[in-house]
Design a protein around this ligand. Structure first.
Ligand code: 2HA
Ligand code: ZN
Length: 269
């Protein structure tokens, strides 16, 4: 069967990035079984041929109405699919969907009728919000980074910006490459409307938000950039834990060092 990626090098490059990131998530131990999700808005690569492709499925309800997504295209990890399989064969473990003109249904157009993640309503709601806010963010990532999740088992890190400030102070790169820090959402049932709504609210102030005792949700211009933000945050968590394992509380960069860096690199204060 002909793949939608044939003769579409830009779209293929985008899907290859998804596969590369899926491999990293597995290698890092952040994606046990079918853990985690990836959705990418690929509308900018939709040419006439793609727009004319017929639907492989009946329209399926999203479960909500998302006006900014009219006619948009997304690559979505498939429901129950594993990141480690997505890394090898992205088009067998994910599919490309088109949002119908009613903004309430979607159809699968390629390559196979792989049903998208059960988290589709929350991921699409986030994409709808990003477009509504005029952001250039095209990718959303949910994953289970071990050390960051471990930190949320301690009450003190659940208070606003406590974890964020600690993580920034472990190594200068973290604030440079995750300048808006880590938002914190109290434990909420996975897949619930409440969790989706809290995530959308928290993404007003942060690009990466933590779901207590579960995982992170990150948004960025592409999937590699979303992964990088989570990666630098988790690296900081590992440095914190390594220091504690050596028997001391890490000093952290001083307020003056943080201020100097924010100034020189023009980061938010
Ligand atoms: O879909 O990780 O929390 C897999 C998940 C949901
Ligand atoms: Zn999860």
């Amino acid at each position: 069967m002909k793949s939608i990626l044939e003769c579409r090098p830009l779209l293929e490059a985008e899907i290859n990035k998804v596969a590369e990131v899926a491999g990293y998530l597995w290698q890092k131990g952040w994606a046990e079984r079918n853990g985690g999700n990836i959705t990418v808005n690929i509308t900018e690569y939709a040419d006439d041929g793609m727009r004319k492709m017929s639907a492989m499925t009946e329209p399926k309800p999203i479960g909500t109405v998302l006006p900014y997504l009219k006619g948009c295209y997304f690559f979505c990890k498939g429901t129950q699919k594993r990141m480690r399989d997505l890394a090898r064969s992205p088009m067998e473990n994910g599919s490309i969907i088109r949002i119908c003109d009613d903004c309430a249904n979607y159809v699968i157009i390629a390559d196979e009728p792989v049903m998208p993640t059960s988290e589709l309503p929350s991921h699409l709601s986030v994409h709808n919000e990003m477009l509504g806010r005029g952001k250039l963010y095209r990718a959303s990532l949910h994953t289970h980074p071990i050390e960051l999740v471990a930190m949320t088992h301690n009450r003190k890190f659940l208070e606003k910006d406590v974890a964020s400030n600690l993580l920034w102070s472990m190594i200068p790169e973290t604030k440079a490459f995750c300048p808006r820090g880590l938002g914190m959402i109290p434990y909420t049932l996975p897949g619930s409307v409440g969790l989706a709504e809290a995530t959308i609210r928290e993404l007003e102030d942060y690009d990466v938000v933590m779901w207590e005792k579960h995982g992170v949700f990150a948004v960025d211009v592409d999937i590699m950039a979303a992964f990088d933000q989570v990666d630098v945050l988790n690296k900081s968590a590992q440095i914190y834990i390594a220091s504690r394992n050596m028997g001391f509380e890490p000093e952290g960069m001083s307020a003056e060092q943080m201020r100097e860096m924010s100034e020189v690199f023009n980061l938010p204060k």
